[in-house]
Design a protein around this ligand. Structure first.
Ligand code: SF4
Length: 195
C-alpha cells in the first residue's frame, strides 16, 4: 500500500500548487481530506486484491440512432471506461470508480446514464458480455467502499438515448447554460464560458 499512498501525496501536493484553486468545503480542509484519502486508499487496497486488469481508460465510440425514426445520426457517442477487469470466476466487469459524500439511492442506481452508456458500449469496448458496476469510495465520517452492480435493459437504453438526443437538439437550438464544477478544469470550452 505504501507506493499507492506516496503517489497520492505527490498528486495532492501537485494539485494544491496547480493553476486551478481548490475550493475546500466548509468542514473540509487539506489535512482532513488528506487523512480521508489515505484511509480510503488503504481500505480499497485491503478490500480489493488485484484482479486481472483487461484495460484501463479505454475509449469507445458508438453509433447513435434517432429515437423517433431509427435513422443513424451523424454525431456518435464517445466516452472512456475507467477500468475493465476480470474476477476470480472469469466474469468481465466494466468498473467505474467514484467518490461520493453519501450513498447512491435506488433511482440513481436504476437510471444513471453513465452506467447505461457503458452497457450500450460493451461490444464497442470489445467485451459484449461484460457486466457494469460502480465502486464508490464514500467520504462519510467513517470512510467505506460500496460496490453496486448495475443492470441495464431496454427501458434504460431508451431513456438514455432520448436524453442524449434531446441535449444535442438543445445545443443545435442554441440553448446553453454553464454547469460549473470540477469538470471545467479540463473542458475545451472554457474560453467560451469566460473561465
Ligand atoms: S467550462 Fe465547460 S464544463 Fe464548465 S460550464 Fe463551461 S462548458 Fe460547462
Amino acid at each position: 500500500v505504501e507506493p499507492l499512498l506516496e503517489k497520492f501525496e505527490v498528486q495532492l501536493q501537485a494539485a494544491a500548487r496547480g493553476d486551478v484553486p481548490i475550493m475546500w468545503e466548509d468542514d473540509d480542509g487539506p489535512e482532513r481530506l488528506r487523512a480521508t484519502g489515505r484511509l480510503l486508499l488503504s481500505i480499497y487496497h485491503e478490500t480489493f486484491r488485484p484482479r486481472r486488469v483487461l484495460a484501463v481508460e479505454r475509449q469507445f465510440s458508438i453509433a447513435r440512432l434517432d429515437p423517433n425514426t431509427g435513422r443513424e445520426l451523424d454525431e456518435r457517442l464517445v466516452g472512456i471506461a475507467d477500468l475493465i477487469e476480470e474476477d476470480d470466476q472469469g466474469a468481465v466487469w466494466i468498473t467505474e470508480l467514484k467518490t461520493a459524500a453519501r450513498r447512491f439511492d435506488g433511482v440513481r442506481l436504476g437510471y444513471d446514464h453513465q452506467a447505461t452508456i457503458y452497457a450500450m458500449a460493451r461490444a464497442a469496448l470489445g467485451f459484449p458480455d461484460a457486466r457494469v458496476r460502480f465502486r464508490v469510495l464514500l467520504k462519510t465520517k467513517k470512510p467505506a467502499i460500496e460496490t453496486y452492480e448495475l443492470r441495464r435493459e431496454e427501458p434504460q437504453f431508451r431513456e438514455t438515448s432520448r436524453v442524449v438526443h434531446q441535449v444535442l437538439r438543445a445545443v443545435d437550438a442554441g440553448i446553453f447554460f454553464p454547469h460549473r464544477g470540477w469538470q471545467c478544469a479540463n473542458c475545451p470550452f472554457r474560453a467560451a464560458c469566460g473561465t
